[in-house]
Write a protein that binds this ligand. Structure first.
Ligand code: LLP
Length: 440
Protein backbone atom coordinates (compact mmCIF):
# COMPACT_ATOMS: atom_id res chain seq x y z
CA UNK A 1 0.00 0.00 0.00
CA UNK A 2 1.28 3.48 -0.89
CA UNK A 3 1.20 4.71 2.68
CA UNK A 4 2.20 8.30 3.23
CA UNK A 5 5.32 7.55 1.25
CA UNK A 6 5.68 11.03 -0.08
CA UNK A 7 5.75 12.51 3.39
CA UNK A 8 7.65 9.86 5.28
CA UNK A 9 10.38 9.93 2.68
CA UNK A 10 10.79 13.72 2.69
CA UNK A 11 14.41 14.50 3.54
CA UNK A 12 14.47 16.20 6.93
CA UNK A 13 16.47 19.16 5.59
CA UNK A 14 13.54 20.04 3.31
CA UNK A 15 11.37 20.40 6.39
CA UNK A 16 14.11 21.81 8.62
CA UNK A 17 14.86 24.71 6.29
CA UNK A 18 11.25 25.71 6.97
CA UNK A 19 11.53 25.19 10.73
CA UNK A 20 9.25 22.14 10.38
CA UNK A 21 9.58 18.60 11.69
CA UNK A 22 7.26 15.68 12.39
CA UNK A 23 7.38 14.47 15.99
CA UNK A 24 7.77 10.78 16.76
CA UNK A 25 4.01 10.58 17.14
CA UNK A 26 3.49 12.10 13.67
CA UNK A 27 2.57 15.65 14.69
CA UNK A 28 3.83 18.49 12.50
CA UNK A 29 5.78 21.04 14.56
CA UNK A 30 6.97 24.55 13.64
CA UNK A 31 9.83 25.98 15.67
CA UNK A 32 9.01 23.42 18.32
CA UNK A 33 5.29 24.18 18.48
CA UNK A 34 3.06 21.13 18.09
CA UNK A 35 0.54 22.23 15.47
CA UNK A 36 -2.19 19.57 15.95
CA UNK A 37 -2.17 20.50 19.65
CA UNK A 38 -2.47 24.17 18.69
CA UNK A 39 -5.64 23.51 16.69
CA UNK A 40 -7.38 22.45 19.92
CA UNK A 41 -7.11 26.05 21.10
CA UNK A 42 -7.59 27.95 17.90
CA UNK A 43 -10.21 27.97 15.22
CA UNK A 44 -9.13 27.60 11.60
CA UNK A 45 -7.77 29.01 9.32
CA UNK A 46 -4.72 30.53 11.04
CA UNK A 47 -1.32 31.80 9.99
CA UNK A 48 1.66 30.62 12.00
CA UNK A 49 5.06 32.33 11.70
CA UNK A 50 8.15 30.62 13.05
CA UNK A 51 10.07 33.42 14.72
CA UNK A 52 13.19 31.29 15.14
CA UNK A 53 13.23 30.27 11.48
CA UNK A 54 12.60 33.86 10.42
CA UNK A 55 15.45 35.17 12.55
CA UNK A 56 17.80 32.41 11.47
CA UNK A 57 17.17 33.13 7.79
CA UNK A 58 17.61 36.87 8.29
CA UNK A 59 20.94 36.36 10.01
CA UNK A 60 22.09 33.79 7.48
CA UNK A 61 21.39 36.23 4.64
CA UNK A 62 23.09 39.11 6.41
CA UNK A 63 26.14 36.99 7.14
CA UNK A 64 26.42 36.13 3.44
CA UNK A 65 26.36 39.85 2.61
CA UNK A 66 28.84 40.82 5.28
CA UNK A 67 31.38 38.31 4.06
CA UNK A 68 30.86 39.37 0.43
CA UNK A 69 31.15 43.14 0.57
CA UNK A 70 32.92 45.60 2.87
CA UNK A 71 30.14 48.22 3.07
CA UNK A 72 26.65 46.80 3.10
CA UNK A 73 23.20 47.41 4.55
CA UNK A 74 20.35 44.92 4.51
CA UNK A 75 16.76 46.19 4.45
CA UNK A 76 13.97 43.65 4.94
CA UNK A 77 11.13 44.20 2.42
CA UNK A 78 8.29 44.93 4.86
CA UNK A 79 5.69 44.34 2.14
CA UNK A 80 6.35 40.59 2.37
CA UNK A 81 5.41 40.37 6.07
CA UNK A 82 4.61 43.53 7.95
CA UNK A 83 3.58 42.56 11.48
CA UNK A 84 5.12 44.79 14.16
CA UNK A 85 6.47 41.72 16.04
CA UNK A 86 8.47 40.84 12.92
CA UNK A 87 9.80 44.39 12.66
CA UNK A 88 10.79 44.26 16.32
CA UNK A 89 12.74 41.03 15.79
CA UNK A 90 14.55 42.76 12.92
CA UNK A 91 15.25 45.81 15.04
CA UNK A 92 16.84 43.58 17.69
CA UNK A 93 19.25 42.06 15.17
CA UNK A 94 20.09 45.49 13.73
CA UNK A 95 18.50 44.97 10.34
CA UNK A 96 17.20 47.78 8.16
CA UNK A 97 13.80 48.03 6.45
CA UNK A 98 12.56 48.67 2.92
CA UNK A 99 9.13 50.27 3.07
CA UNK A 100 6.63 51.20 0.36
CA UNK A 101 3.98 53.28 2.11
CA UNK A 102 3.38 55.63 5.02
CA UNK A 103 1.46 52.75 6.62
CA UNK A 104 4.61 50.65 6.68
CA UNK A 105 6.58 53.64 7.99
CA UNK A 106 4.02 54.05 10.78
CA UNK A 107 4.49 50.40 11.71
CA UNK A 108 8.25 50.95 11.95
CA UNK A 109 7.85 54.11 14.02
CA UNK A 110 5.31 52.34 16.25
CA UNK A 111 8.02 50.00 17.52
CA UNK A 112 10.76 52.65 17.60
CA UNK A 113 12.65 51.35 14.58
CA UNK A 114 15.75 53.47 13.92
CA UNK A 115 14.70 55.57 10.94
CA UNK A 116 18.23 55.96 9.59
CA UNK A 117 18.00 52.28 8.61
CA UNK A 118 14.88 52.71 6.47
CA UNK A 119 14.69 53.11 2.69
CA UNK A 120 11.45 54.01 0.93
CA UNK A 121 10.64 52.35 -2.42
CA UNK A 122 7.47 52.53 -4.50
CA UNK A 123 6.24 53.97 -7.76
CA UNK A 124 3.43 56.15 -6.42
CA UNK A 125 4.34 58.04 -3.27
CA UNK A 126 1.95 60.84 -2.41
CA UNK A 127 3.09 64.30 -1.23
CA UNK A 128 2.06 63.46 2.29
CA UNK A 129 4.01 60.19 2.19
CA UNK A 130 7.11 61.98 0.90
CA UNK A 131 6.75 64.62 3.60
CA UNK A 132 6.25 61.98 6.31
CA UNK A 133 9.39 60.14 5.16
CA UNK A 134 11.39 63.37 5.04
CA UNK A 135 10.29 64.48 8.50
CA UNK A 136 11.07 61.00 9.85
CA UNK A 137 14.70 61.33 8.70
CA UNK A 138 14.83 58.02 6.90
CA UNK A 139 18.03 56.94 5.13
CA UNK A 140 16.87 57.30 1.57
CA UNK A 141 13.87 57.80 -0.68
CA UNK A 142 14.11 55.82 -3.92
CA UNK A 143 12.79 58.10 -6.64
CA UNK A 144 10.89 56.56 -9.54
CA UNK A 145 10.07 59.50 -11.83
CA UNK A 146 11.07 63.07 -12.64
CA UNK A 147 7.68 64.25 -11.40
CA UNK A 148 8.21 62.60 -8.03
CA UNK A 149 11.68 64.16 -7.81
CA UNK A 150 10.31 67.64 -8.45
CA UNK A 151 7.56 67.17 -5.87
CA UNK A 152 10.08 66.00 -3.27
CA UNK A 153 12.41 68.94 -4.00
CA UNK A 154 9.50 71.32 -3.46
CA UNK A 155 8.38 69.59 -0.25
CA UNK A 156 11.95 69.60 1.09
CA UNK A 157 12.49 73.26 0.21
CA UNK A 158 9.22 74.26 1.94
CA UNK A 159 10.41 72.37 5.04
CA UNK A 160 13.90 73.85 4.70
CA UNK A 161 15.34 70.36 4.60
CA UNK A 162 17.49 68.26 2.28
CA UNK A 163 16.06 64.95 1.08
CA UNK A 164 18.49 62.03 0.63
CA UNK A 165 17.54 60.08 -2.49
CA UNK A 166 18.57 57.33 -4.87
CA UNK A 167 17.32 57.20 -8.42
CA UNK A 168 15.61 53.91 -9.18
CA UNK A 169 16.53 52.98 -12.69
CA UNK A 170 14.63 50.74 -15.02
CA UNK A 171 17.45 48.55 -16.34
CA UNK A 172 15.36 47.08 -19.15
CA UNK A 173 16.35 43.64 -17.94
CA UNK A 174 13.61 42.08 -15.91
CA UNK A 175 13.33 38.70 -14.33
CA UNK A 176 10.75 37.10 -12.10
CA UNK A 177 9.10 33.75 -11.60
CA UNK A 178 5.78 34.98 -12.99
CA UNK A 179 5.17 37.78 -15.46
CA UNK A 180 3.19 39.60 -12.80
CA UNK A 181 6.21 39.92 -10.50
CA UNK A 182 8.76 41.04 -13.09
CA UNK A 183 9.60 44.70 -12.53
CA UNK A 184 12.75 45.54 -14.49
CA UNK A 185 11.51 45.51 -18.09
CA UNK A 186 11.14 48.67 -20.14
CA UNK A 187 7.39 48.16 -20.28
CA UNK A 188 7.05 47.86 -16.48
CA UNK A 189 5.91 50.92 -14.56
CA UNK A 190 8.96 50.97 -12.29
CA UNK A 191 12.00 53.23 -12.34
CA UNK A 192 13.45 55.84 -14.65
CA UNK A 193 14.85 54.57 -17.98
CA UNK A 194 18.57 53.92 -17.47
CA UNK A 195 19.50 55.95 -20.54
CA UNK A 196 18.03 59.14 -19.03
CA UNK A 197 20.40 59.15 -16.05
CA UNK A 198 23.24 61.06 -17.69
CA UNK A 199 20.99 64.00 -18.54
CA UNK A 200 19.07 63.85 -15.25
CA UNK A 201 22.09 63.83 -12.93
CA UNK A 202 23.37 67.40 -13.53
CA UNK A 203 19.77 68.67 -13.38
CA UNK A 204 19.50 67.31 -9.83
CA UNK A 205 22.91 68.33 -8.57
CA UNK A 206 22.76 71.83 -10.08
CA UNK A 207 19.09 72.76 -9.99
CA UNK A 208 17.70 70.98 -6.94
CA UNK A 209 19.42 72.27 -3.79
CA UNK A 210 17.01 70.43 -1.53
CA UNK A 211 17.91 67.03 -2.95
CA UNK A 212 20.96 65.08 -1.89
CA UNK A 213 21.76 62.50 -4.53
CA UNK A 214 23.14 59.36 -2.88
CA UNK A 215 23.11 56.86 -5.68
CA UNK A 216 21.22 54.35 -7.75
CA UNK A 217 18.52 51.83 -6.86
CA UNK A 218 17.32 48.89 -8.91
CA UNK A 219 15.09 45.84 -8.56
CA UNK A 220 14.61 43.37 -11.40
CA UNK A 221 11.91 41.03 -10.17
CA UNK A 222 11.01 38.50 -7.56
CA UNK A 223 11.35 34.78 -6.77
CA UNK A 224 14.70 34.18 -8.54
CA UNK A 225 16.24 30.82 -7.73
CA UNK A 226 18.94 30.71 -10.36
CA UNK A 227 22.15 32.45 -9.26
CA UNK A 228 23.09 32.97 -12.93
CA UNK A 229 20.18 35.39 -13.30
CA UNK A 230 21.65 37.47 -10.49
CA UNK A 231 25.04 37.25 -12.21
CA UNK A 232 23.59 38.65 -15.46
CA UNK A 233 21.58 41.29 -13.69
CA UNK A 234 24.38 42.51 -11.42
CA UNK A 235 26.83 42.49 -14.36
CA UNK A 236 24.52 44.77 -16.30
CA UNK A 237 24.08 47.13 -13.36
CA UNK A 238 27.81 47.16 -12.57
CA UNK A 239 28.56 48.02 -16.18
CA UNK A 240 26.13 50.94 -16.10
CA UNK A 241 27.53 52.23 -12.78
CA UNK A 242 31.12 52.05 -14.09
CA UNK A 243 30.17 53.93 -17.27
CA UNK A 244 28.44 56.64 -15.26
CA UNK A 245 31.34 56.89 -12.79
CA UNK A 246 33.72 57.29 -15.74
CA UNK A 247 31.51 60.10 -17.03
CA UNK A 248 32.05 61.87 -13.71
CA UNK A 249 28.87 61.03 -11.80
CA UNK A 250 29.47 60.68 -8.08
CA UNK A 251 27.71 57.51 -6.98
CA UNK A 252 28.03 56.70 -3.28
CA UNK A 253 25.59 53.84 -3.01
CA UNK A 254 23.82 51.15 -4.99
CA UNK A 255 20.56 49.64 -3.76
CA UNK A 256 20.28 46.26 -5.49
CA UNK A 257 16.68 45.51 -4.43
CA UNK A 258 15.47 42.04 -3.53
CA UNK A 259 14.22 39.08 -5.54
CA UNK A 260 15.94 36.21 -3.74
CA UNK A 261 13.82 33.14 -4.36
CA UNK A 262 12.82 30.15 -2.27
CA UNK A 263 11.96 26.59 -3.32
CA UNK A 264 8.16 26.41 -3.20
CA UNK A 265 8.27 22.87 -4.55
CA UNK A 266 9.94 20.04 -2.64
CA UNK A 267 11.78 19.27 -5.89
CA UNK A 268 13.36 22.69 -6.32
CA UNK A 269 16.89 23.45 -5.17
CA UNK A 270 17.25 26.39 -2.80
CA UNK A 271 19.19 29.46 -3.83
CA UNK A 272 22.85 28.79 -3.16
CA UNK A 273 23.83 31.63 -0.82
CA UNK A 274 27.53 30.78 -1.07
CA UNK A 275 27.43 31.15 -4.86
CA UNK A 276 25.35 34.31 -4.56
CA UNK A 277 27.88 35.76 -2.12
CA UNK A 278 30.70 35.03 -4.56
CA UNK A 279 28.81 36.78 -7.37
CA UNK A 280 28.20 39.83 -5.20
CA UNK A 281 31.84 39.85 -4.13
CA UNK A 282 33.13 39.55 -7.69
CA UNK A 283 30.72 41.86 -9.51
CA UNK A 284 29.45 44.45 -7.04
CA UNK A 285 32.16 44.88 -4.38
CA UNK A 286 34.75 46.32 -6.81
CA UNK A 287 32.37 49.22 -7.55
CA UNK A 288 33.49 50.73 -4.24
CA UNK A 289 30.05 51.96 -3.31
CA UNK A 290 27.93 51.24 -0.28
CA UNK A 291 25.62 48.37 -1.23
CA UNK A 292 22.05 47.91 -0.06
CA UNK A 293 19.89 44.82 -0.48
CA UNK A 294 16.15 44.43 0.10
CA UNK A 295 15.34 40.74 0.64
CA UNK A 296 11.78 39.89 1.59
CA UNK A 297 10.59 36.44 0.57
CA UNK A 298 13.94 34.70 1.19
CA UNK A 299 13.66 35.55 4.87
CA UNK A 300 9.92 35.46 5.57
CA UNK A 301 8.58 32.93 3.02
CA UNK A 302 9.67 29.59 4.48
CA UNK A 303 9.07 30.84 8.03
CA UNK A 304 5.28 30.84 7.70
CA UNK A 305 2.44 28.38 7.15
CA UNK A 306 -1.31 28.63 6.75
CA UNK A 307 -3.23 26.07 8.78
CA UNK A 308 -6.58 25.04 7.36
CA UNK A 309 -9.28 22.50 8.16
CA UNK A 310 -10.96 20.20 5.68
CA UNK A 311 -14.62 21.18 5.43
CA UNK A 312 -15.73 18.61 2.93
CA UNK A 313 -14.54 16.01 0.48
CA UNK A 314 -16.53 16.03 -2.70
CA UNK A 315 -16.17 13.19 -5.15
CA UNK A 316 -17.31 13.87 -8.71
CA UNK A 317 -17.12 11.54 -11.67
CA UNK A 318 -13.53 12.43 -12.37
CA UNK A 319 -12.17 14.35 -9.38
CA UNK A 320 -11.98 14.40 -5.65
CA UNK A 321 -12.25 17.93 -4.26
CA UNK A 322 -10.64 18.64 -0.91
CA UNK A 323 -12.60 21.69 0.21
CA UNK A 324 -10.72 23.73 2.81
CA UNK A 325 -11.86 26.53 5.08
CA UNK A 326 -8.95 28.71 3.83
CA UNK A 327 -9.39 30.29 0.43
CA UNK A 328 -8.01 32.87 -1.94
CA UNK A 329 -9.22 35.46 0.57
CA UNK A 330 -6.44 34.14 2.86
CA UNK A 331 -3.77 33.09 0.39
CA UNK A 332 -4.12 34.90 -2.92
CA UNK A 333 -0.89 33.79 -4.61
CA UNK A 334 -2.23 30.61 -6.32
CA UNK A 335 -5.26 32.42 -7.78
CA UNK A 336 -3.28 35.52 -8.76
CA UNK A 337 -0.04 34.06 -10.12
CA UNK A 338 -0.77 30.35 -10.46
CA UNK A 339 1.72 29.89 -7.61
CA UNK A 340 1.96 26.37 -6.21
CA UNK A 341 2.56 25.77 -2.51
CA UNK A 342 3.30 22.38 -1.00
CA UNK A 343 0.77 21.07 1.50
CA UNK A 344 1.35 18.73 4.42
CA UNK A 345 -1.08 16.97 6.74
CA UNK A 346 -0.80 18.26 10.29
CA UNK A 347 -0.96 14.71 11.54
CA UNK A 348 0.65 11.69 9.96
CA UNK A 349 -1.59 8.68 10.26
CA UNK A 350 -0.20 5.18 10.10
CA UNK A 351 -1.28 2.99 7.20
CA UNK A 352 -3.22 5.70 5.40
CA UNK A 353 -3.46 5.37 1.63
CA UNK A 354 -2.61 8.34 -0.59
CA UNK A 355 -5.22 10.14 -2.63
CA UNK A 356 -5.13 12.65 -5.47
CA UNK A 357 -7.04 15.79 -4.59
CA UNK A 358 -8.16 19.02 -6.17
CA UNK A 359 -7.37 21.28 -3.24
CA UNK A 360 -9.76 24.24 -3.20
CA UNK A 361 -11.11 26.93 -0.91
CA UNK A 362 -14.69 27.94 -0.07
CA UNK A 363 -14.78 31.15 -2.14
CA UNK A 364 -17.26 31.50 -4.99
CA UNK A 365 -14.63 31.73 -7.73
CA UNK A 366 -13.23 28.96 -9.90
CA UNK A 367 -9.77 30.41 -9.37
CA UNK A 368 -10.03 29.64 -5.66
CA UNK A 369 -7.74 26.68 -6.24
CA UNK A 370 -4.61 25.76 -4.28
CA UNK A 371 -3.46 22.60 -6.07
CA UNK A 372 -4.69 20.29 -8.82
CA UNK A 373 -4.25 16.53 -8.79
CA UNK A 374 -2.20 16.78 -5.61
CA UNK A 375 -1.13 13.75 -3.59
CA UNK A 376 -2.06 13.75 0.08
CA UNK A 377 -2.83 11.00 2.52
CA UNK A 378 -6.53 10.22 2.72
CA UNK A 379 -8.16 13.00 4.71
CA UNK A 380 -11.56 13.41 6.31
CA UNK A 381 -13.64 16.46 7.18
CA UNK A 382 -12.21 17.98 10.35
CA UNK A 383 -8.60 17.01 9.53
CA UNK A 384 -6.03 19.79 9.32
CA UNK A 385 -3.39 20.58 6.72
CA UNK A 386 -0.62 23.18 6.48
CA UNK A 387 0.01 25.19 3.32
CA UNK A 388 3.75 25.81 3.33
CA UNK A 389 5.97 28.79 2.51
CA UNK A 390 3.26 31.32 3.08
CA UNK A 391 5.22 33.65 5.38
CA UNK A 392 5.91 36.04 2.50
CA UNK A 393 3.06 37.70 0.60
CA UNK A 394 0.57 35.54 2.50
CA UNK A 395 -1.24 37.27 5.37
CA UNK A 396 -0.30 40.68 3.95
CA UNK A 397 -2.22 40.05 0.73
CA UNK A 398 -5.32 38.56 2.31
CA UNK A 399 -8.77 40.15 2.22
CA UNK A 400 -12.21 39.62 3.68
CA UNK A 401 -13.71 38.66 0.31
CA UNK A 402 -17.04 36.84 0.67
CA UNK A 403 -17.14 38.45 4.15
CA UNK A 404 -14.67 35.98 5.60
CA UNK A 405 -12.95 37.84 8.45
CA UNK A 406 -9.13 38.06 8.32
CA UNK A 407 -7.45 35.04 9.91
CA UNK A 408 -5.32 35.37 13.04
CA UNK A 409 -1.51 35.25 13.11
CA UNK A 410 0.44 33.23 15.66
CA UNK A 411 4.11 33.53 16.39
CA UNK A 412 5.96 30.32 17.29
CA UNK A 413 9.17 30.55 19.27
CA UNK A 414 11.12 27.80 20.93
CA UNK A 415 8.12 25.52 21.49
CA UNK A 416 5.81 28.32 22.66
CA UNK A 417 3.29 30.42 20.78
CA UNK A 418 1.54 33.77 21.06
CA UNK A 419 -1.39 35.18 19.16
CA UNK A 420 0.03 38.33 17.55
CA UNK A 421 -3.06 39.21 15.53
CA UNK A 422 -6.55 38.31 16.70
CA UNK A 423 -9.05 36.83 14.31
CA UNK A 424 -11.11 39.61 12.80
CA UNK A 425 -14.79 39.22 13.61
CA UNK A 426 -17.81 39.95 11.45
CA UNK A 427 -18.65 42.63 14.05
CA UNK A 428 -15.26 44.30 13.31
CA UNK A 429 -16.18 44.38 9.64
CA UNK A 430 -19.72 45.64 10.21
CA UNK A 431 -18.57 48.33 12.63
CA UNK A 432 -16.80 50.06 9.72
CA UNK A 433 -19.90 50.14 7.55
CA UNK A 434 -22.61 52.79 7.80
CA UNK A 435 -26.07 53.22 6.34
CA UNK A 436 -26.81 56.61 4.73
CA UNK A 437 -30.00 58.30 6.03
CA UNK A 438 -31.74 58.21 2.65
CA UNK A 439 -31.99 54.39 2.72
CA UNK A 440 -35.06 53.99 4.81
N1 LLP B 1 12.53 45.74 -3.30
C1 LLP B 1 11.60 46.18 -4.17
C2 LLP B 1 11.76 47.51 -4.77
C3 LLP B 1 10.51 45.37 -4.52
O1 LLP B 1 9.61 45.81 -5.40
C4 LLP B 1 10.37 44.09 -3.92
C5 LLP B 1 9.22 43.26 -4.21
C6 LLP B 1 11.36 43.69 -2.99
C7 LLP B 1 12.43 44.54 -2.71
C8 LLP B 1 11.31 42.37 -2.28
O2 LLP B 1 11.33 41.33 -3.18
P1 LLP B 1 11.54 39.82 -2.66
O3 LLP B 1 12.94 39.72 -2.07
O4 LLP B 1 10.53 39.55 -1.63
O5 LLP B 1 11.36 38.99 -3.88
N2 LLP B 1 3.36 39.42 -4.27
C9 LLP B 1 4.36 38.77 -5.07
C10 LLP B 1 5.72 39.40 -4.91
C11 LLP B 1 5.75 40.86 -5.28
C12 LLP B 1 7.09 41.46 -5.06
C13 LLP B 1 7.03 42.94 -5.24
N3 LLP B 1 8.28 43.59 -5.00
C14 LLP B 1 4.38 37.29 -4.72
O6 LLP B 1 3.56 36.85 -3.92
O7 LLP B 1 5.17 36.54 -5.26
Amino acid sequence: MAIMKKFLSLPTDILNSRGLAYSASGDLCLDGVNLPYLTKYLDSPSWVIGADTFKYRAMQFYQMLETSCPRVNCHFAVKSLDHVAILKILKNIEFGLDIVSSGELSRALHIGFPTHKIVFSGVGKTDSELNFALQSNIAQINIESLGELKRLNKIASQANMVAPIAIRINPDLGYGAYKKITTGNKTDKFGIPWNEILSLWPKITEEMPNIQLKGIAVHGGSQILDEKKFLNFYQRIAQLIKTWQNQGLKIDSLDCGGGFGIPYSFNEEPLNLRKLGKIIHKILSPLNVMLRFEPGRYISGPAGILISRVIEIKQTESQKFLILDAGMNDLLRPALYGAQHEILPLKQKENTPNNKYEVVGPICESSDFFRRNYTLPQLSPGDYIAILDTGAYGSVMSSSYNSHPLSPILLAHNGKWDIIRKRQTIEDILSNETLPDWIS
